[in-house]
Design a protein. Structure first.
Ligand SMILES: Cc1cc2nc3c(=O)[nH]c(=O)nc-3n(C[C@H](O)[C@H](O)[C@H](O)COP(=O)(O)OP(=O)(O)OC[C@H]3O[C@@H](n4cnc5c(N)ncnc54)[C@H](O)[C@@H]3O)c2cc1C
Ligand SMILES: Cc1cc2nc3c(=O)[nH]c(=O)nc-3n(C[C@H](O)[C@H](O)[C@H](O)COP(=O)(O)O)c2cc1C
Ligand code: FES
Lengths: 304, 261
């Protein structure tokens, strides 16, 4: 019997396709294209304790086979989420993952306490934001701070499985995966965006107002696959893989490298049905091959 | 909420109409019947290297022929690719998106003001609101860039074309030419699309006249439907703090008085 269901930290997903944070709002917009319940899960826009205005425009630039963004975490704040979107999403038959961010440890604890009482199924920790108290270096850079923020959130939010979302802009992502595991993470997701720049040769200025941005889309996939494999070999907790996924074969590649589920981000912009189509294609593949998708996880055969 | 759809448009025409400017006609089997002038189409390119769609305003449309017209300038890589497509090529298009121009009930006399490629937004407005009277002003850099003159002549009571260098039509900035005519025109509203510098000039030039100015804004876009928050524009509404709104949903059409330029 074929099977497309996956289980991450006790939470069952009807298929391994989740939409990535920041690319899918709170699900309402894409719900107008298709029923979002066809997805395994959705990840919300990054939430902060207070509403955040984000960066001035331009916030987006294209690169070959990809894009850069510098939204700067614009969001209505966690209280607004709890009053509106949390309730809207709770009624839907889809796993809801609240993505949270902060610029101090206290921010993370405060938001984790609030999400603990929410209806969302899981929490994803975005640790790529600059930590204002530690000189602006992101929480996600040093293994010690990855462990510290993960364990603080785990304590503040005991009701929900915690997914620590790893940044690729680090010395050794496997070390950070281990740090998240040591901090009590129930799962990890990777990769967040790669730091990059887009430049206008005529004006000699960066295109993004913020100068730098995060790169995503098909061009980052090879980097993401390698990092998922490295982390798979470093930790026991389940991995959610993402970065540049645009087809069901991309999903198969991520799962072979060790991901138990995946997220689809930038591709939603290219094809508004993208995440749903990938889930459908994956279902067809699994049926045709009469397989359990879980049997693929981590089955990469190295050449030597 | 109303449902949204990504549609397949077949290219019926893709023709150069001025220097670096093309007109494209797309036909849809499932043509939407609720298009408003000022709304836009989000067009996917047929190659994988361009992951982002390109937004273009729906220059004009014909519900019975099931077609929309786009008028676009080749300014970069994506529009260059678009200009290379041949008749018969199929494109994925999300439409109609954004809010569009919605004239108040008491409006009768409308000034349409276009600056350069911004003129592309204008033809669909009379198509959506045929009962109104249009006085049209189009401004271009030079003769080589003049587009949509014929189209606008058909639907306007009066049409003025100007070029910055005087190589065609009247010489000078079209905002100043409009300002000179304002006292005798007394329009109920001004609908305008052009570059941001034009909006600054317009605000100043029309200050003495008590007329609402409604503009269409451009922003770099991702999703085009309100989910990704990359298309932000700063607005200041009466009694509220400055804030960002999404050009793809709360716009592209906005009151000039509320836009923070
Ligand atoms: C609502 C709306 C309506 C528009 N209507 C028209 C129209 O009718 N005719 C027309 O010629 N142009 C129009 N534009 C501008 C048009 O979208 C850009 O010229 C086009 O996207 C440039 O693509 P490119 O690949 O050639 O340029 P590149 O510079 O190579 O594009 C790189 C990226 O930047 C984006 N981008 C670059 N310039 C702009 C811009 N001015 N506005 C928005 N995104 C930009 C592109 O979409 C792409 O994602 C409109 C823009 C918006 C937002
Ligand atoms: C416009 C945009 C906004 C994003 N916002 C967030 C965010 O708020 N929180 C977060 O953890 N990741 C955010 N991301 C990163 C994505 O969730 C994802 O990690 C990344 O885009 C790689 O996947 P992709 O190549 O499939 O897009 C954002 C990405 C984009 C393109
Ligand atoms: S383009 Fe995504 S919110 Fe406007």
């Amino acid at each position: 019997m074929s099977n497309l269901k996956v289980n991450i930290a006790g939470v069952e997903f009807k298929n391994p396709i989740i939409t990535a944070s920041g690319t899918f709002g709170f699900g309402r917009e894409y719900d107008r294209f298709y029923n979002i319940e066809e997805l395994g899960g959705i990840c919300t826009k990054g939430l902060t304790i207070k509403p955040k205005l984000g960066n001035p425009p331009p916030r987006i630039a294209e690169s070959y086979g990809g894009m850069l963004n510098s939204v700067g975490l614009q969001n209505p704040g966690v209280d607004h989420y709890l009053q509106k979107d949390d309730l809207y999403l709770a009624k839907r038959d889809v796993v809801v993952i609240a993505n949270v961010a902060g610029s101090t440890l206290d921010d993370y604890i405060a938001i984790a306490e609030k999400i603990n009482g929410s209806k969302s199924d899981m929490v994803e920790l975005n640790i790529s934001c600059p930590n204002v108290k530690e000189g602006g270096m992101a929480f996600g850079v040093l293994p010690q701070s990855v462990e510290r923020v993960t364990s603080a959130v785990k304590k503040a939010c005991p009701n929900k499985p915690i997914i620590t979302k790893l940044s690729p802009n680090v010395a050794c992502i496997a070390d950070n995966a281990k740090a998240a595991e040591a901090g009590g993470a129930d799962a990890i997701s990777l990769i967040n965006t790669l730091s990059g720049m887009a430049v206008n040769y005529k004006t000699r200025k960066p295109i993004l107002f913020n100068n730098n941005g995060g790169m995503s889309g098909p061009c980052v996939k090879p980097v993401a696959l390698k990092m998922v494999w490295d982390c798979y070999n470093a930790v026991k907790i389940p991995i959610i893989g993402l970065g540049g996924i645009t087809s069901y074969t991309d999903v198969l590649e991520f799962m072979i490298c060790g991901a138990r589920a995946v997220q689809v981000g930038t591709y939603n912009f290219n094809n508004p049905y993208g995440a749903r189509d990938i889930a459908k294609d994956l279902a067809t593949y699994v049926e045709e091959n009469n397989m359990d998708i879980n049997d693929l996880v981590g089955t990469l055969i190295l050449n030597k | 909420m109303a449902s949204l759809k990504d549609r397949i448009g077949v290219i019926k025409l893709n023709q150069k109409v001025a220097k670096d400017i093309y007109k494209m006609v797309l036909q849809f089997d499932d043509m939407p019947d609720d298009i408003k002038g000022g709304q836009f189409a989000h067009v996917k390119l047929n190659d994988k290297s361009h992951i982002l769609r390109r937004p273009f305003c729906i220059c004009d449309y014909d519900i019975s022929a099931k077609t929309i017209t786009l008028c676009y300038a080749v300014v970069g890589d994506g529009t260059k690719v678009l200009s290379s497509y041949e008749v018969g090529e199929k494109l994925q298009v999300m439409l109609p998106l954004g809010n569009g121009f919605t004239p108040d009930k008491n409006v009768k006399k409308v000034v349409l003001l276009g600056g350069g490629m911004g003129s592309a937004v204008l033809p669909a407005i009379p198509t959506s609101n045929p009962e109104l009277e249009y006085y049209t002003y189009l401004g271009f850099a030079n003769k080589e860039k003049v587009v949509l003159e014929e189209e606008m002549a058909k639907v306007s009571k009066q049409l003025t074309v100007a070029t910055d260098d005087g190589s065609y039509g009247k010489k000078g900035f079209v905002t100043n030419i409009l300002a000179e005519d304002m006292a005798k025109l007394k329009p109920d509203v001004v609908f305008c699309c052009g570059p941001e510098v034009m909006y600054k000039a317009l605000k100043k030039a029309l200050e003495p006249f008590d007329v609402p100015i409604i503009v269409s804004l451009e922003a770099r876009m991702g999703c085009g439907i309100g989910a990704c928050l990359v298309c932000n524009c700063k607005v200041k509404r009466a009694g509220e703090e400055e804030t960002y709104v999404r050009v793809c949903v709360e716009g592209p059409v906005m009151k000039l008085s509320e836009v923070v330029l």
